[in-house]
Write a protein that binds this ligand. Structure first.
Ligand SMILES: [Zn+2]
Length: 168
């Protein structure tokens, strides 16, 4: 996805750009391309960004350690403020500092919006923190009935890579 030059948006029909997504996102390990759309609308002093997307990822069950596929879906909307002082933290008046705490994200009015990075962040936020192959997963079975299916394979490595990219 190409970066969007924010001033250009004001000249677009309805000040809106909609991007169809069907690609693998850099840094996000998915079995299928991320499919969906990102919509960016310019509202003067802020951008309204919404996105719907989905992809299949491979998870490892926290209880039984077997791998399973999970459908990762995003359906979200975010306000991004346009502020001349975005990315500047020095010499702000006090009132400004208080206000800044409420702002989730700001961009320069004459800067760029990066839909790929934005969607990547949204997908990461949806990664399941607790991964269970089944709500009733009994954990690692000690009986010999189900012991030898689904051998662990080298996708472990890529899963570890995903975990390292999780924020916090
Ligand atoms: Zn399990």
């Amino acid at each position: 996805m190409d970066a969007i030059y924010i001033p250009q948006l004001t000249k677009a029909p309805e000040r809106t750009e909609e991007i169809q997504v069907k690609e693998f996102l850099p840094g996000l390990e998915t079995l299928t391309p991320v499919r969906g759309r990102v919509r960016v609308q310019h509202h003067g002093n802020y951008l309204e960004v919404s996105g719907q997307a989905e992809a299949i990822i491979t998870c490892t069950c926290n209880r039984c350690l077997q791998q399973y596929n999970h459908r990762l879906t995003v359906d979200t909307k975010e306000i991004i403020w346009l502020d001349e002082t975005a990315n500047q933290t020095n010499d702000l008046p006090l009132e400004r500092e208080v206000a800044m705490e409420d702002l989730v994200e700001t961009l320069l009015p004459d800067g760029y919006f990066y839909p790929t990075e934005w969607l990547y962040e949204q997908m990461c936020l949806e990664l399941p923190q607790r991964q269970l192959c089944d709500l009733n997963c009994p954990g690692i079975l000690t009986s010999d009935t189900e012991s030898s299916d689904q051998p662990v394979d080298n996708r472990w490595a890529s899963l570890e890579a995903i975990k390292k990219q999780l924020p916090g």
